[in-house]
Design a protein around this ligand. Sequence first.
Ligand code: GAR
Length: 200
Amino acid sequence: MKNIGILLSGRGSNFEAIARNVAAGKIPAKIALVISNREQAPGLKRARQMGLKTLFISPKGKEREAYDQEVVTALKVAKVDLVCLAGFMRILSPVFVRAFPGRILNIHPALLPAFPGLDAQKQALDYGVKFTGCTVHIVDEGMDTGPIVLQAVVTVLDDDTEESLSARILKEEHRIYSEAVCLMLEDKVRIEGRRTVLRQ
Ligand code: GAR
């Protein structure tokens, strides 16, 4: 049985979607550890309620590399095979990325490479695109730049607000993140340069 490690900073709905699918036997793995950089993150509280092993690692007064090394050590001790960033609002240093090469997934609420960084849904609305969506990608040393595993398209409606659009994107996030986690755990994702080739 493979081990998943989750990193989150806030609400944790993507984490919950993954946890539900693990509990239902749809994801063949165990959530070995949930880590947050925010002590009060609702997602961390939820993980505790679910009886999962959780860890708050405070970033206060720590250099990025030192912080990341602490997180890496905790994930290694928990024998994590796949790291899932689920609304983890920190940029990972090379120390982290190199500790889990090709083994870190991130979810982003836009069709990358469009609208990387923060407030992707607002960026899409402000730009006036007719379609946006979400992306699950493998994390490399850039910001939101790694090879794409799955994407889902969401139509932008004329009367959309940031909230209404975000809610429809989130629904798709929950669906494709678990799907991508399964593909990774089952070694069905081959990375070829910028592209991934999926074996169904
Ligand atoms: C999600 O929409 C996720 O795509 C986004 O943060 C939200 C976290 O929600 N991530 C990013 O913007 C990363 N750049 P959640 O805590 O309910 O999963």
